[in-house]
Design a binder for this molecule. Sequence first.
Ligand code: C2E
Ligand code: CA
Ligand code: CA
Length: 900
Amino acid sequence: MADVLFSRGVPGGRRSQRRTLGLLAAWGLLLLLAAVGFCYRLLTTSFADAEAQAVGQRADQVLRAFGADLQQLAIAAHDYAEWDDAVQFLADRNRDFVNANLVPNTLDALHVDVVWIRDRAGGTVWSGWYDRAAGKVVEPAPAALLDSVAAYARADSPWLNADPLQKLVVTGQGPMAFAIREISQSDRSRPTGNVLLFGRLVDRDLLERVRTTSHLPANLHALPADDAALPLAVRSWLRGAASATTFVQVADQKSIDGFALVHSRSGTPALVFSVRQPRAIYALGVDTTRLLLGCIVLLFLLFGGTLLYLLAQLQRAKRSSERRYRNVAAHLGEAILLVDPVTLKVVEANDAVSRLLGYRTTELGTLTVLQIFTDLTAGTLAHAAEAGPEGRIVTSRTRRKDGALGDTELSITQLADSAERLLVMVGRDVGHRRAALEEQQENERKLIHLAQHDSLTGLPNRLYLRTRLPALLQKLSEQERGLVLIYVDVDQFKNFNDSRGHAFGDRMLQVVARRLRSVVSEHDSVVRMGGDEFVIVLTMQPERDKVEGVVARLRETLSEPLHIEGTEIVVTASMGVAMHPQDGLDMDVLLKHADIALYLAKDAGRNCHRYFKANMEVRVSEDMALEQAMRHGLGTDQFYMEYQPVVDLATNRVCSLEALMRWRHPDMGIVPPARFIPVAERSGMILPLGEQALVTVLAQLRDWQAAKVPCVPVAVNVSALQLERSEFALTVRQRADEAGVDPRWLHFEITESALLREQEQIVHKLTQLRELGCEVLIDDFGTGYSALSYLHRLPVDGLKIDRSFVVEMARTGGQSAIIAAIVKIARELKLSVIVEGVETAEQLMMLREYRCAAAQGFFFSKPIPATRCTRLLQRLDDVQRASESTTVRVLRGSDLSLAG
Ligand code: C2E
Ligand code: CA
Ligand code: CA
């Protein structure tokens, strides 16, 4: 069975099944014939035996009839011998006795052929032979007859009184039986010593009597005369089997002969009776046997035929079901293998297996499944066999004939019946699954890479950091090693990005990313956290000296001039450093601390770095407390405005006021704007605060105008957020309407850096403000890196040159090329110029030389409360054109002569 493989049906099998059936039938038939032959022989033989026995009995019957006949001879002899008349005859020899008793009539009735009366000496008293043919008694009887019995006819003979059947002699006239008696008185009182002998010749008459008595058609053969006429077998029986008295022999098909033998007194065969019988018993036996066996054969044939028919039907049904099954198996996409559970060899397989494995079905028989399915083990198969009807499903690497590897999902079950146990393996090619899985994994890897990397710079991103850093920290903690985290923020990136466009900004970030990357080793990571923020993760000893070296290199690399779109810029960055483990053990804490350090680096004026310190957190939490306090104070008089005059340097008159916010907290006291404004801007609180400032200023203007105080325009500081987040111009108009103040009395100061954001929108919003009649000034001009050439595109009315330039001027011995240049350009662009932070007369003198139009600073006046301002305005109103010193005096409040 091991190499019989299905797949294309098995036509040879069908033929062999037929042959088996035929052979079975032939054998059955042969066996039947042998059995029938044997039974036939057995039965007919026993019938023949029975018949022979019956015929033997017939022969015996003839013999007994013969005996009975002779018995009468004995009786007759007895009657005559024990008779007083006979004794008398011996005495007187009177012929009357002879004439009365031994005459033909009497002898004929007694069937006696010879009568011999002998005396004691053996002499003949009387003898006679009844010549039947002549019908007379011949006296004396012929000597030949008497001689044959002379030895026995004596009174002392042992044969006296014996059964005449045993006293047969052969005479010249044929066999003769005789009876001898001693003659005596009827009462046996006087034995005479004379004997009487009656002889009876065995002749046709006797035969007739035997026939009559026995009712059988007996025949008589006298020996040795008739010897030759007897059949050979009978003759040899006569010679050999002298003891047996009967013998049976089949004469021909129809008849059977029984023979009975009678010996002579001398012991030689003397007489043979034969009796012929029809073979009725045998014939009946044969007929019965034939009928019986015929019936049996018929029954057997009927039964056998039916059995064969049924077997054939069964096989046909089995074959057709098998054919269906094979067809199904052959057409199935699934590979089906039947496996011997002991040798693990393939016993059968369908076409799909060839397709799956590339082997021909005949080749499979030489393989074990472990050679084909390389992940399978004998253990797996044993488990599957024990798993019950559900079996097991496993997936295995699969080696094809050509050596290629695939994957197959196998369902393994055990098929067990009483005849054999088999493992059934149904396999499905799941190579596509692996491909799909690999593709999916590859896609996932790509997705993860995409998700964890920044498309612009190619650096890993925040998600990457979140995924990797905790594990890295864990590992470093276990190895008692440190780590340094540097939070990097590109200074002024937003300005570059907004002013030069996003392409420029992107390019800049790419270069920065590359430069940062170039400084650190490949074991370290540079992560883009978003916008212009980067985090550098350094697996190094967390020692300041070493970190200092890295920071210096970072700074050095970044500070290399950068050429983008034909312009050269210099990039600086602020950095916050946090170290593991001293500044925190987990990622979130470390990142937060690095961020705080960065926050303070920025707060310290950027382009520097800070190491995280515990108290920094205090600073941050202070900011939060401040924000909280601000929220409480919002809308109350904790917040109020002070006003700082701006002096027109041509007329020395106050030409405008700058409104500056003040916060007096009940506990903290005065909180400087430099402290709370950035917090308000970061938290968004600047929006309500800014509006409060606007409303306060408008109320003040309304009051002044109502009180007929000679007014000047008031400049209000506006933060970038206010412009971005609100319909600022609309708010201004509404609030101005509410206050009943013409918006022309308002100037707005917007820092240069704020103006550089979202240019389009800002331009639009500034235009709206100017349409209301408000003037727009660029605050802190010169610090925002804005190109002067942009100025003509901005809808502004003037510039406020940053205080730092005035300070710079003092340091360089009273010279400021920058201020000079700005003033020159501003004039060309028809923009007004206010110089901030003028503290000394020398500075003012210098500025006059540069032909600055207006100035503001402590030299004239610090910001002052509204009430003081009211008085100031009223007094200055009288002065049409004052000298600088007068103005200064008035503003400082030292010259009261101006009053009135
Ligand atoms: P800023 O707009 O540049 O205001 C001028 C700042 O310079 C004021 O500081 C003023 O007191 C100070 N100052 C004027 N002359 C001199 C001088 O000769 N020497 C020195 N050392 N300083 C002088 P202040 O009032 O502390 O305000 C600081 C900043 O807070 C302002 O700078 C402004 O940016 C912001 N700020 C003040 N009030 C408001 C407001 O209502 N809204 C907004 N958004 N920002 C405001
Ligand atoms: Ca200002
Ligand atoms: Ca300013």
